[in-house]
Write a protein that binds this ligand. Structure first.
Ligand code: B12
Length: 481
């Protein structure tokens, strides 16, 4: 039994957007210590923050007790009018993507969580996912399988007994056992090589899928994961990954709710991740960058014991996100799928709360025209200076119409000088991912990739979405993560 929560003592008025009132009672006045001068997400900042929180909050028998979990209440929340247009815009992006060749589980999860009637698009996606799972289940990565399991739970399907309309009486694959085996492979790799087979992002998704299914996860696997959190392993190339920490925080919250063991490690790791996420908030209101904010908001909603909405200015984040949705920043279905759940007050932990009525409803989606603003000049360089590699550095200057995407710029460069600028791509849930340039191939085994920079800054979206401005210098750099 937990002790009396703060909500039992103080009434926190909650407004219709799902955020709590930001009127902080004086006794809980909170300082973020901006004077620490530490990097967001840095250890020192976290420690400092922890001290403030511990000092400010009376502990219940199981640690700090702030507010009632938001998740349950938020699932019943009605989206306010001013948010509805943006939510509908995102739903349309998602429904439209159901026609893509490769069915995307994240899209189905988001549509199911949005609570709309079970649309034609959702049925199509569900059928596509089931068929793909039957055909290719064993070759899906751990994270992808985790998302499949979540999507099936959200659609009231049993992931242990898949039946497709095309299948008849064939043996139905058990996706949960498959997922459990994939997690085992990830854990083995961590043990032997010090890092997962894929990434901790995918390990977190796998744990989340198994946990939502209430499936067995060994104490030692949970421990390996919490240790990774405690030792700051959730990063790419030394850069703290907000996306990874957010999915990990969701997974840990699920493990906590499901009473998985070791409970104390789960509790401490989830406090640490919540604080690191809190330290990643930016002045405009995003947590990390715009595209990690959806997952981070979900992590905060699920973990508001650690970072209550009175401390995190939820409304500011919400306003920034809505403004960006309005400006068309979430046209990519994968990005829309990660931001939609928190805009309707939901998280991936709510997949088992979804009801599945039989209604059918699908709407056509307007296609936005591409902007064109005259001719622009773009410098494009390709460089590989990794230790042990053959030094490679080539540049080209191109004139292209304004509004041209980086992918089109790269194609133009490839046409002009194929020996230096030819490239290959694979299609992923986020769109085309560049796998090689000038025959220099990125591999998961060597943990190498082609990073794209605008001057010194990594571009925030993929090459198919990014539109360079006039005079920009784009660098494709072969690097490691
Ligand atoms: C892991 C990861 C990476 C790894 C992928 C390698 C690996 N073995 O996993 C590395 C570090 C290489 C990477 C690179 C990049 N990434 Co990345 N990545 C992620 C992360 C954290 C998880 C993706 C994942 O595993 N999903 C789960 C699995 C099950 O789904 P999946 O479809 O199989 O995942 C694959 C694709 O997502 C692909 N991938 C990863 N990143 C990107 C980015 C783009 C644009 C594309 C098309 C594909 C892609 O790699 C995954 C593994 O195979 C996401 C975070 C998020 N919120 O989704 C960011 C994320 C997708 N990446 C992002 C970006 C911007 C990039 C880069 C363009 C950065 C840059 N400036 O160079 C490059 C891609 C450049 C290229 N070569 O085309 C953004 C995309 C934002 C957007 N709106 O488009 C995200 C959302 C991070 C963020 N918050 O900004 N990434």
């Amino acid at each position: 039994m937990e002790g009396p929560s703060l909500t039992d003592l103080i009434a926190f008025p909650k407004s219709e957007d799902g955020c709590f009132s930001s009127n902080l009672p004086p006794v809980f006045a909170f300082s973020e210590s901006p004077s620490t001068g530490l990097e967001p997400g840095g250890q020192g900042a976290v420690a400092e923050l922890q001290i403030h929180i511990v000092a400010a909050v009376p502990d219940g028998p199981h640690g700090p007790v702030w507010l009632k979990p938001l998740g349950q209440e938020a699932t019943r929340k009605v989206t306010p009018e001013y948010q509805r247009t943006e939510v509908e815009r995102l739903v349309q992006v998602l429904q439209n993507s159901a026609n893509y060749q490769d069915p995307n589980p994240s899209v189905l999860i988001a549509l199911r969580l949005a609570g709309n009637p079970f649309s034609l698009a959702e049925r199509k996606l569900l059928e596509g996912l089931k068929e793909n799972a039957v055909r290719n289940g064993a070759s899906l990565s751990s994270g992808k399988l985790g998302l499949y399991v979540l999507a099936l739970i959200a659609s009231c399907e049993d992931p242990t007994r898949l039946l497709t309309s095309a299948q008849g009486t064939d043996t139905a694959p058990d996706l949960v056992t498959l997922l459990s085996n994939k997690l085992g492979q990830e854990m083995k790799n961590i043990e032997v090589k010090g890092h997962p087979l894929t990434t901790y992002y995918q390990v977190a998704l796998a744990l989340l899928g198994l946990c939502q299914q209430r499936s067995y996860i060994s104490k030692s696997d949970v421990n390996t994961f919490t240790q990774a959190a405690m030792h700051d392993r959730f990063s790419f190339g030394h850069q703290f990954s907000v996306d990874t920490a957010a999915v990990a925080a969701l997974a840990l919250r699920c493990l906590q709710q499901g009473s998985y063991k070791p409970a104390e490690s789960i509790r401490i790791a989830s406090i640490k991740l919540s604080l690191q996420l809190f330290c990643a908030k930016t002045a405009p209101g995003t947590i990390g960058n715009l595209y990690s904010t959806g997952l981070a908001m979900q992590a905060f909603f699920a973990n508001d014991k650690h970072i209550p909405s009175v401390v995190w200015d939820c409304r500011k984040t919400l306003q920034e996100v809505l403004a960006q949705v309005k400006q068309g920043a979430f046209q990519n279905p994968e990005s829309a799928s990660q931001i939609l759940p928190p805009l309707v007050g939901k998280t991936y932990l709510d997949v088992d709360q979804v009801t599945c009525p039989k209604d059918v409803n699908n709407r056509p989606v307007p296609v936005l025209p591409a902007a064109d603003s005259g001719e622009i000049t773009v410098d494009y360089s390709v460089t590989d200076t990794l230790p042990g590699s053959q030094y490679f550095n080539r540049s080209i200057t191109l004139k292209v119409p304004g509004g041209t995407t980086l992918l089109q710029v790269m194609r133009r460069a490839q046409e002009k000088q194929p020996e230096y600028f030819k490239f290959t791509e694979i299609i992923t849930s986020w769109g085309p991912f560049i796998t090689s340039i000038a025959d220099i191939e990125a591999t998961d085994t060597a943990r190498t990739y082609w990073q794209f920079l605008n001057g010194p800054l990594p571009i925030p979206v993929g090459v198919a979405e990014y539109q360079p401005s006039d005079g920009e210098h784009i660098v494709a750099k072969f690097t490691t993560y």
